[in-house]
Design a protein around this ligand. Sequence first.
Ligand SMILES: *Cc1c(COP(=O)(O)O)cnc(C)c1O
Length: 460
Amino acid sequence: MTASASRLRTERSEALTRQALDLIPGGVNSPVRAMRAIGREPIYIERGEGCEIVDVDGNRYVDWVCSWGPLILGHADPDVVDAVRDAAGRGTSFGAPTEAEVRLAAEVVDRFDSVEMLRLVSSGTEAAMSAVRLARAATGRDAIVKFAGAYHGHSDGLLAEGGSGLATHGTSPTAHASRSGAARSAPPASHASRSGAALSTPASPGVTEAQAAETAVVEWNDFEAVERAVAERPPAAILAEPIAANMGVIAPAEGFLEHLRTLADRHGALLVLDEVITGFRVARGGAQELLGVRADITVMGKVLGGGLPAAAYGGSRELMERIAPAGDVYQAGTLSGNPLATAAGLATLAKLDAAAYERLGELTERLARGLREAAAGLPVQVASVPGLVTPFFSPEPVLDFATAAAGADTYARFCRGLLERGIYPPPSAFEAWFVSLAHDGAAIDRTVAAAEQAFAEALG
Ligand SMILES: *Cc1c(COP(=O)(O)O)cnc(C)c1O
């Protein structure tokens, strides 16, 4: 809509983009920020306050990205800012242990039944990569099974058919969806094995065939495909987001996580649940508490660092004592458990009590209901779990990546329409909308009003 295109001032963002394109690949330090998937230039942010962000041209938006999940308390929460300021005044990093690491570990163990011990790292990528290394060491096997459209960070072997930015930017030669005819690009070299699992080809140039060959990829919520893949080549780990949230939010089908648990036990594999998004968000003890499933290794991040770099992986004492220096599996980090990140994480988790989760659930429901009403009569499905929402452009309920991918172009138009109206949604159809405790009824009402117009525009 050219009429609405004039609503945003963009001079300063454009100038910074021109400079950045010369210095930083694509002008950004993580691909989705470039907004190419929705046909826009990046928007440079100047500051955040609660549930709002203000860009360098002075445009103000209700923010549904919230740094892609960490900011469950919203932007610049005063308690988090104070905690970080205090910690910084005492020194930003020592490369020696600090009390806050012990307190943060205790808080995680208290929340996750399946976690007796954990190791802090600095990113979800590192945590997932290290969890897989541990699973391989513990089982003596190399293969892993993951799900199409799930994202576990960008370590080489885990890029196969990843969701999130990888799907957004279609850099994956196996970016598929061909099965339902919703292909974004043909899956050139990925060949189906007997099990129907894709024997993945490298998902990015630079990933070796050997690394990709260790990763079998099956469709999310496909009971039989995962059973065949696990039986055909018993893996070190079945790796899953317990509630898929990097292909939009797609909850597990009834019994699916129990099925994964059973398969892992039957075939001597570990169940590794990547709760980088769901942990500390969908419930106090993550998706494992919400859905009553138990992981062997849990991968955490995002909310855990309260907006600073912290992530973790954890499990039983027996498994975790394989990690150096208690055991022989090497893993280390210069800034692991650093004082700023642990301070922000502790300050964030301190506010996430039962009342906070109840409120987050209510806010999520209010947004989801509002979006459903705004899209009434249109081919839109609004998926939600506590703290996460996705509007899918699909006439049918979305249960897998292929169906999610089919609506991406319409989502892009919808997204541009929202931005013009002061609402900042994830600029990718594959990312969840992140609800925070700083959102309120007024922010949701503004969003829903804008969405009603943007839905009509996108589908008109
Ligand atoms: C974001 C994410 C990661 C990667 O975390 P980074 O901190 O970005 O490296 C891994 N797994 C899931 C499920 C994620 O959403």
